[in-house]
Design a protein around this ligand. Structure first.
Ligand code: TXA
Ligand code: MG
Length: 344
């Protein structure tokens, strides 16, 4: 059975004690819930892959707190052997990004240090590291006293959880506990950014820290993930964040007339989509991502609404496309594209 721990001092201490003892515990972060384990416990790391049914070639993010890495996090990561010595340009870029967004939803991919086990990086020469901003996550890290690896707390390829209930839907009985920190504030996974030896950056996964924000700090936007470069970030499988119900991103005309039961996820107003559906379509449920029309609200609701609609008896989920514009909208488009991709 999986224990649900309250987010009080006792719950945090219990979560930390379980983790230190090599158990696996889901914890809230500002992005999504993560399934945490000691980074330096091979059996615990393996237990994460087993619980998630995650392929071993999909590397994990190491999570740290300000207490664990000190005032100069890049220096602290080096001292702990989590990263290897950086070039001057690389250190300059990494420090600027850390100063701007740690703690926060930005993961940096840097050369791995000697303390990082192979199982975490899938044998890659780089390691992904982030400092979450969620108070409960930081409290657990501080109480545990060691870094934690934490992939999103869902079964592989499925919708990431943004509440403790969603974690239990995914992993009840497969993990030791979940720390209930309430719903996640951001709602989509962190931006993943590789920092190269020449100090330039490449975005491996879009998130709340967008290209324009990065350009404002570095003076240059990150390169987009290149074609044929999927091996550079093995976790970016095309089919991901996916509901079990077939999903279409588009208009009412894109829904086959043969599929009768339709669940609708609209951007800010469901009415136009509902009226455009054919008379043969029966709407079993509908939800709106952002009544205020902002991408921040939409991101916060995305996975919860997808999960709820996936739980109906709909034959198909019809999702309205994300409106024009960049920033967090790019991250939402990315997640919807992967969620709608056909499983082979
Ligand atoms: O917001 C988040 O980042 C959440 C919370 C729990 O912190 N975690 C998360 O972890 O989304 P996960 O495992 O679901 O996604 C990790 C992503 C994958 O796309 C993976 O390929 C990439 O980070 N990644 C991890 N290590 C990497 C490495 N060494 N090189 C390149 N990409 C890496
Ligand atoms: Mg994930």
């Amino acid at each position: 059975m999986t224990d649900r721990l309250a987010r009080d001092g006792q719950g945090v201490r219990h979560a930390a004690a379980l983790l230190s003892a090599g158990r696996i515990v889901a914890i809230p972060t500002e992005t999504v819930y993560g399934l945490a384990a000691r980074f330096d416990d091979a059996a615990a790391v393996q237990a994460i892959f087993d619980a998630k049914q995650r392929p071993a070639d999909d590397p994990l993010i190491v999570h740290v707190s300000p207490t664990l890495v000190g005032k100069d996090p890049i220096g602290g990561l080096l001292d702990r052997g989590l990263i290897a010595p950086l070039t001057e340009d690389q250190a300059h870029t990494a420090r600027a990004l850390v100063a701007a967004w740690w703690p926060g939803p930005l993961t940096l991919v840097l050369p791995r240090g000697p303390a990082v086990p192979d199982a975490i990086t899938a044998g890659l020469p780089d390691v992904a590291i982030r400092m979450p901003r969620h108070r409960d996550a930081l409290d657990v890290l501080d109480a545990a006293g060691h870094p934690l690896v934490a992939p999103s707390a869902n079964r592989f390829g499925r919708i990431s959880p943004t509440t403790a209930d969603a974690v239990l839907e995914e992993l009840d009985g497969r993990i030791d506990a979940v720390l209930d920190g309430g719903p996640c504030g951001v709602g989509v996974e962190s931006t993943v950014l590789r920092v190269s030896r020449d100090g330039s950056t490449r975005r491996l996964r879009p998130g709340a820290i967008d290209d324009a924000m990065i350009a404002a700090v570095l003076g240059a936007a990150p390169r987009a993930p290149g074609q044929g470069e999927s091996a550079a970030s093995p976790g970016q499988a095309l089919v991901h964040y996916a509901p079990d119900t077939p999903m279409v991103v588009g208009t009412a005309a894109d829904v086959s007339p043969l599929l009768t039961r339709v669940a609708v996820l609209a951007w800010s107003d469901a009415e136009p989509l509902l009226t455009a559906l054919r008379p043969t379509h029966h709407v079993v449920a509908h939800r709106v991502l952002a009544e205020d029309g902002t991408p921040e609200t939409a991101a916060r609701h995305l996975y919860q609404h997808l999960r709820a609609l996936d739980g109906t008896d709909a034959d198909v989920l019809l999702v309205e496309p994300v409106p024009e514009g960049g920033g967090l909208r790019d991250a939402l488009r990315d997640r919807l594209r992967r969620a709608a991709a056909r499983r082979s």
